[in-house]
Design a protein around this ligand. Structure first.
Ligand code: NAP
Length: 307
């Protein structure tokens, strides 16, 4: 007979790892299924400066510390990618590319994937000039010219990070006010080799075997300008990834999973945490908080459903 875990946690980000720590310490049999590295989006964040206990810490270091914490409790990780999740019924099923898992409860924490600009030839330049992760690919552009698209915290942080590597950095934002924190915006505005291009979007990408230039459309004047560059970093946020869930989860208008205060979805024994959840704030601390609540509620659910 297949093993049935108490909890299968889908996604090894900060929320998933926190849920695993709470679940394991409560004596539950838990598996964390993660397709790449522990930490999720945090692992590719250059610097985290708002997680209590660390004045500043690199995202990778914080993710590693969290992972080490899980390993000190012998929490099982399955390095596998989820293909399909069955949320109905008493025993939930998770089909992955390498194996399948069964569990009494599920905690959905697979975050959100990066948004694309959806320009005609965007895909063909991925890895040939276009990147969605400055901390992963920034080093390839030492002494070169790059542009970043976006106006949130990721774009501002990545812009500053890249300005210490590249010779010239353009920051292209579709409005004249940043969505990201003022402290980060000031840092960017005061850096000599950063040029901010407000009220603008990228309208065209050009190159041959690699990216060579972009066309930028100013939405106020309707003028287009060509910028010659070596790299384009797209940092325009993330969107929820729920297609693999087989069932009718209640979603918000933007596609995020709706939960109650206890992280419960509309399916019994199924919880959602972190960036995939409809929430007023998407931060590492809020994801951790979601994880702790979900694990605690899953524990109570398992106890009351024990036969
Ligand atoms: P975000 O906050 O959703 O910002 C996305 C940015 O991209 C916005 O400025 C948005 O413009 C712009 N944008 C969206 N779609 C676009 C399009 N099609 N074309 C051009 N621009 C587009 O995403 P994020 O910066 O990745 O941050 C995600 C979450 O993580 C946020 O809650 C953020 O605070 C958090 N975060 C925190 C830290 C930190 O605290 N250290 C670091 C990184 C991320 P508009 O402003 O006009 O909508």
């Amino acid at each position: 007979m297949d093993k049935i875990y108490d909890i299968a946690i889908l996604g090894g980000g900060p929320g998933g790892m926190t849920a695993a720590i709470y679940a394991k310490r409560a004596g539950l049999d838990v598996v964390v299924i993660e397709k790449s590295v522990p930490g999720g989006a945090v692992a590719t964040t250059y610097e985290v400066a708002n997680y209590p206990g660390f004045t500043t810490i690199s995202g990778m270091d914080l993710a590693t510390k969290m992972f080490e914490h899980t390993q000190s409790l012998n929490i099982e990780f399955a390095w596998d990618e989820v293909k399909k999740v069955k949320v109905e019924g008493e025993v939930k099923e998770v089909e992955c590319y390498q194996s399948s898992y069964k569990a009494k409860t599920l905690i959905l924490g697979f975050g959100a994937s990066v948004r694309k600009l959806n320009l005609e030839n965007e895909k063909s330049f991925i890895g040939k000039g276009i990147s969605y992760c400055a901390t992963c690919d920034g080093n390839l552009f030492k002494g070169k010219t790059v542009a970043i698209v976006g106006g949130g915290n990721t774009a501002l942080e990545d812009c500053f990070y890249l300005s210490n590597l590249a010779e010239k950095v353009y920051l292209i934002h579709r409005r004249d006010e940043f969505r990201g924190d003022q402290i980060l915006a000031e840092q960017v505005k005061n850096k000599e080799n950063i040029e901010i291009v407000y009220n603008s979007t990228v309208s065209k990408i050009s190159g041959d075997t690699v990216l060579k230039s972009i066309e930028v459309l100013n939405k106020v004047t309707n003028e287009t300008t060509e910028i010659k560059l070596d790299g384009l970093f797209v940092c325009i946020g993330r969107g929820p990834d729920t297609e693999m869930v087989d069932g009718n989860l209640t979603l918000s208008e933007q596609g995020y999973i709706v939960t109650d205060d206890c992280m419960r979805t509309n399916y019994e024994g199924v919880y959602a945490i972190g960036d995939i959840r409809q929430t007023p704030l998407r931060q590492i601390v809020t994801a951790c908080s979601d994880g702790a609540i979900a694990a605690t509620k899953a524990f109570e659910y398992i106890k009351t459903h024990k036969k």
